[in-house]
Design a protein around this ligand. Structure first.
Ligand code: SAH
Ligand code: SF4
Length: 352
């Protein structure tokens, strides 16, 4: 009989499971709290009777993320982790220190099925979904490694969160639970390449998380070439879902736009983008694309980024140019295994 992943259970599920096994209900809360404090073994649950700990170990396992590699940016102290999961798969996370606290970018899948042509994760294919506990473990491992408490989470690492919808929602419930890390939805961002059907579904939950949409093109012709998902839901369908999301939640949508030299960065592109986004509660983040080996894509010049930003602003669309790559979570996540860390200069090509 294979062991059950205890840390992926909600408190309610744990209570039900304990009850079914004839264990007192309050033991579930005790166990839940230990798991969310980041223990990695049943042994550490010191206020549970030994017999109970043994019984739990017979049926359940505690999923942990082990630090395989770690890179610290000389530039801003950003830490990039490569974690090993219980089955030997690897995922990346990035821990950043801002003036308001610690923020972590976590992965939601091993690889990704979406195949965006500019993305290192997309180019290396898909292996599997992460469980809720594996998403949580990335946060816990980074906290333990640094002796800090993380206050913000971004789901922008490897994988497409809305392609692992059920597990991501279960993770969100765990991480925001009062007896868990208790990180409020307003401190969580979820980035998607645009699975419109899931955006509608998520909107109905009316969670207060920030939805970040990877747009990266102003029209279907360009987006269809760089992001295969656009062939399923085109820009108009995606933007309708975004408008619906903004209306339902009253939250500003954040659009990610990686500027690729000669592909999506012309004045005409900026004008077209401004027209499409006009009237929407949103913000555009302009990021110079991070060059991925095996692709011809190069980043746009700073001058181009500034000019593109100005055009958007002049047309009434609020936009920001991200300053650097090294401290930029979007540019960093998902590319650790195949690329150099841009800021800090650490060579991580030999990471696996
Ligand atoms: N799958 C989700 C979240 C993970 S990717 C999504 O696509 O949104 C996180 C972000 O990194 C996305 O905005 C993605 O478009 C961006 N990204 C991927 N490859 C990049 C690259 N080479 N340069 C800059 N940003 C990139
Ligand atoms: Fe997947 Fe996001 Fe990379 Fe596209 S950009 S391949 S959706 S991880």
């Amino acid at each position: 009989m294979s062991l059950v992943d205890l840390k992926s259970l909600s408190l309610k599920e744990m209570e039900a499971a304990f009850q079914e096994e004839g264990l007192p209900r309050y033991r579930a809360l005790q166990t839940y709290r230990w798991l969310h404090r980041g223990v990695t073994s049943f042994e550490e649950m010191s206020d549970l009777p030994k017999a109970l700990r043994n019984k739990l170990a017979e049926k359940y396992y505690i999923s942990v993320a082990i630090i395989e590699k770690k890179f610290v940016s000389d530039y801003d102290g950003t830490i990039k982790y490569l974690f090993r999961l219980p089955d030997g798969e690897f995922v990346e996370s990035v821990l950043m220190h801002y003036h308001h606290g610690y923020s972590i970018c976590i992965s939601t899948q091993v690889g990704c099925r979406m195949g965006c042509t500019f993305c290192a994760t997309g180019r290396s294919g898909f292996s599997r979904n992460l469980t809720p506990s594996e998403m949580l473990s990335q946060i816990q491992a980074a906290q333990a490694d640094n002796g800090v408490r993380i206050s913000n989470i971004v789901l922008m690492g490897m994988g497409e969160p809305l392609d692992n919808y059920e597990n991501v929602l279960a993770f969100l419930a765990l991480v925001s639970s009062e007896d868990g890390l208790n990180i409020g939805m307003r401190h969580i961002s979820l980035s998607t390449c645009g699975l419109a059907d899931r955006i509608y579904q998520l909107a109905q939950k009316k969670l207060q998380l920030t939805l970040s949409v990877s747009l990266h093109a102003p029209n279907d012709s360009i987006r269809g070439r760089t992001m295969p998902v656009n062939r399923k839901w085109n820009i108009e369908e995606l933007l309708s879902a975004c408008r619906y999301y903004a209306r339902q939640t009253n939250r500003r949508i954040s659009f990610e736009y990686a500027m690729i030299d000669g592909v999506n960065d012309s004045d005409a592109c900026a004008e077209e983008l401004a027209r499409r986004l006009s009237g929407m509660l949103c913000h555009v983040n302009l990021i110079p694309v991070n060059h991925v080996e095996g692709t011809a894509y190069q980043k746009s010049s700073q001058k181009r980024l500034q000019r593109f930003c100005q055009i958007l602003e002049r047309k009434g669309i609020t936009a920001t140019v991200r300053r650097t790559l090294g401290s930029d979570i979007n540019a960093s996540c998902g590319q650790l295994r195949r690329n150099h860390v841009q800021e800090g200069g650490t060579n991580v090509e030999d990471i696996r």
